[in-house]
Design a protein around this ligand. Structure first.
Ligand code: C5P
Length: 227
């Protein structure tokens, strides 16, 4: 099977990670959740105290990047690769409300993006990869063989993310979840550096009315056409 590169971009909580992970498993490709990388940098910034009364000391964060080592290791309990910050698994911490409310601010910083994009491109070089995020088709892998742009009705997305957080015992109301998604989508599509865009060569996957199996089969069909 030819090892193609698959870029999956889209709005927050469109199920990109779930679809991309299942697609990678079905094709026996590597899966990289780039959102987890931005979340991990945000977690690090919070932990180091670079956010003071809600505002971020960007210069301190940028200088500290040389001390930040990120890597993915497979977790048996999560059943997926999870991100480690300087050797520590932080999967639960990066999914919480605090990180979610700050991540799109951290993701606006060009130095942070360069730091992460370099690592993402090094992984992509080996091929046979499914990578999901916001700038994968436009910046990280502009020559990917398959580009998928995921979208869904905002109400459906908020409801899905709310159910997911509840199942993990995380406390957030449906209104808070919806507001966070709306804010992140706004910041992600309006930032200067590498905004979320739908590239001309991307195939749109709107999963408002699609089940997980249906969307996976659709994406698998597209992948097979390109192998
Ligand atoms: O995919 P996820 O929702 O976990 O991503 C969290 C945030 O990280 C996004 O809202 C966005 O601000 C940022 N991000 C990004 N570029 C990527 C992946 C994520 O800016 N490639």
């Amino acid at each position: 099977m030819k090892g193609i590169r698959i870029a999956v971009d889209g709005y927050s909580s469109t199920g990109k990670s779930t679809m991309a992970r299942q697609l990678a498993a079905a094709l026996n490709f590597r899966y990289i959740d780039t959102g987890a990388m931005y979340r991990a940098v945000t977690y690090w910034a919070l932990e180091q105290g670079y956010f003071q009364s809600g505002s971020l000391d960007k210069a301190k964060l940028i200088t500290s990047l040389s001390r930040l080592n990120l890597d993915f290791q497979f977790s048996e309990s999560e059943g997926k690769p999870v991100i480690h910050v300087n050797g520590r698994a932080v999967e639960r911490e990066i999914r919480g409300a605090e990180v979610a409310s700050k991540v799109s601010i951290v993701a606006q910083i060009s130095e942070v993006r360069r730091f992460l994009v370099k690592q993402q491109q090094a992984i992509a070089e080996a091929g046979s990869v499914v990578m999901d995020g916001r700038d994968i088709a436009s910046v990280v892998m502009p020559d990917a063989e398959l580009k998928i742009f995921m979208t869904a009705d905002p109400k459906v997305r908020a409801q899905r993310r709310f159910a997911e957080l509840q199942s993990k015992g995380m406390e957030m109301t449906l209104e808070e979840v919806a507001k966070n998604l709306e804010e992140r989508d706004y910041l992600d599509t309006h930032r200067e550096d590498s905004p979320l865009i739908q590239t001309e060569d991307a195939l749109v996957l709107d999963n408002t009315n699609l089940g997980m199996e249906e969307q996976l089969n659709l994406a698998l069909g597209w992948a097979k056409e390109r192998q």
